[in-house]
Design a protein around this ligand. Structure first.
Ligand code: ZN
Ligand code: ZN
Ligand code: ZN
Length: 158
């Protein structure tokens, strides 16, 4: 259901912007929709798109992602390993969820609540600037990695 709505939004935005819905673009969009929570890199997306559309090239995937990003339909973010990750924007009005990045294992979790409403209102009141979106990355340790750190340290022999 959600997926159908997201697909409709992407298709109509492409149409409004006079961008053709080529089979290649369609294939990339499907992979993004199937992996809404997966934070895939362009290479991951390319490999998965190839399953359904073997003729697609990596450059086409990049160009499609760039187009979708420019239209605000896809978010791109970096989390420090030099590989951009992509995911479908889940709401038309922006206000992106926050990413929880484990500095030990690299896992990317999500925190779905905005929590910034108060800050956004204060910014609007103080400066007249209207916040339409944000991109917040929080670094720390996932539960699994905290467990590892809780293990007693090796005793140091003196
Ligand atoms: Zn917000
Ligand atoms: Zn971790
Ligand atoms: Zn995410």
């Amino acid at each position: 259901m959600q997926k159908q709505k997201l697909r409709d939004r992407i298709y109509s935005a492409l149409r409004e912007g006079d961008h053709r819905l080529t089979p290649q673009r369609e294939a990339v969009v499907e992979v993004l929709l199937d992996n809404a929570d997966a934070h895939l890199s362009a290479e991951n997306i390319f490999m998965q798109t190839k399953h359904n559309y073997p003729d697609i090239g990596l450059a086409t995937v990049y160009r499609t992602l760039e187009l979708l990003e420019n239209l605000g339909l896809v978010h791109r973010f970096d989390y420090g390993d030099g590989q951009s990750r992509y995911e479908v924007s889940l709401t038309a009005e922006g206000h992106y969820h926050h990413h929880l990045i484990c500095v030990n294992c690299g896992e990317i979790g999500e925190f779905k609540d905005d929590l910034l409403d108060e800050i956004e209102e204060k910014i609007a009141a103080d400066t007249g600037f209207v916040v339409t979106d944000h991109c917040l990355r929080l670094f720390g340790l996932c539960q699994k990695c905290q467990g590892e750190q809780d293990k007693p340290a090796e005793p140091i022999d003196k």
